[in-house]
Design a protein around this ligand. Sequence first.
Ligand code: PSV
Ligand code: MN
Length: 427
Amino acid sequence: MKWNEVIHESNSGLVTRHALDWESLAEQILHRGGSPEAVIDRLMELEIAVPSWGVCTGGTRFGRFPGPGEPRNVFEKLEDVQAIHLLTGSTPRVSLHIPWDRIDRLHDLKYHADSLGLGFDAVNSNTFEDQQGQPVSYKFGSLSHTDKAVRDLAVQHNIEVIEVGKALGSRALSIWIADGSSYPGQSHFRRAFERALDSYRRIYEALPSDWRVFIEHKPFEPACYSTVVADWGISYVIASALGKKAACLVDLGHTPIGGNVEQTVAMLIQARKLAGFHFNDCKYADDDLTAGSINPYQLFLVFVELVLAAEEGVPDFDPAYLIDQSHNVKDPLEDLVQTVGNLQSAYARALLVDREALARYQESNDVLMAELTLQEAFQTDVRPLIAEARRRKGAALNPLAAFRASGYRSLKAKERPQSEKTSGTFQ
Ligand code: PSV
Ligand code: MN
């Protein structure tokens, strides 16, 4: 696929209208005392990692409905990530999940990624499923299991994932464990926690000096009553006990409904323990829907915290931005392109907040004006700004239109007959 031609062709029909829209928005921003160029610069720096599992159709526990042309292996997954990157200009790295993406030919994979202009973000371990031929089972936990043999296996798996990441140029390990209990009495909370912490410590010791480890929390699922790393408090205790290279990853679907995610983010920033994000959105539980599709205001408020922290120069503030979604009913590539746009939109709006005015209103307890200051930014139509940032990067003014016009999906449907089981997805 000649993406540069596709993008050029698509942009040529849109550029005149875009120039007018961008001029008008830039004027509006200037009028409000902002700097359109400063916002564009920051927006162009935004980089979001695509999960390898996200380019395939996900699934629910009731089934999975894959579409035509989906990648059948990690090499093809990378081709799809490249498509998203060229269209949006903002996804230069992929986040692998081992063993879903396990292969022997790591050098070939690195070479393939290099040739596509892609790098590797955090590598994810998986001790929430048993692998074929595994000597002991994760059914009752992994890093916190009562049986040392299971804990050893899970620790060893994480160390193997670090090795994979090292060969590919990753710089972070992301750990989510499904350990927990489904019934009161099943588990001794404190002992399970101690065993998990000990396992995390052993993994931490194997971490290269320039790596980070992301501790992901989740309150439920698959465990229905308790999980060992249930919330950001527990995740914080672990990250603090481990040391400087450990921090807490916030998956936006892993806060109980009604929880204040943006405040959690602010507190982790304050504690110098925000590792980054798994972006998605949810209505009822950990739904893994398109980021910003259900609650765009919350996503904006999260980005406001990030913008404030960057502007205030909080030390060690370097959050990783990763997507973690399950695409069940939309084309996964279209969904990811849309997601990137939604994240850019939330970020652009956060950058438009008049921070001086906000601080003034907060100090003087002018509640109404403080809130309106946020809303003025949130209600701005930032689409021309995002389009302009993309145009300057040689990406598509309208990436979804360009994708649909490209015929990529039908081309891949021919090239990738789905005769074998597609890897890297929930089955
Ligand atoms: C668990 O729900 C989770 O959020 C973890 O990040 C896993 O690695 C990922 O989903 C798998 O999709
Ligand atoms: Mn996640």
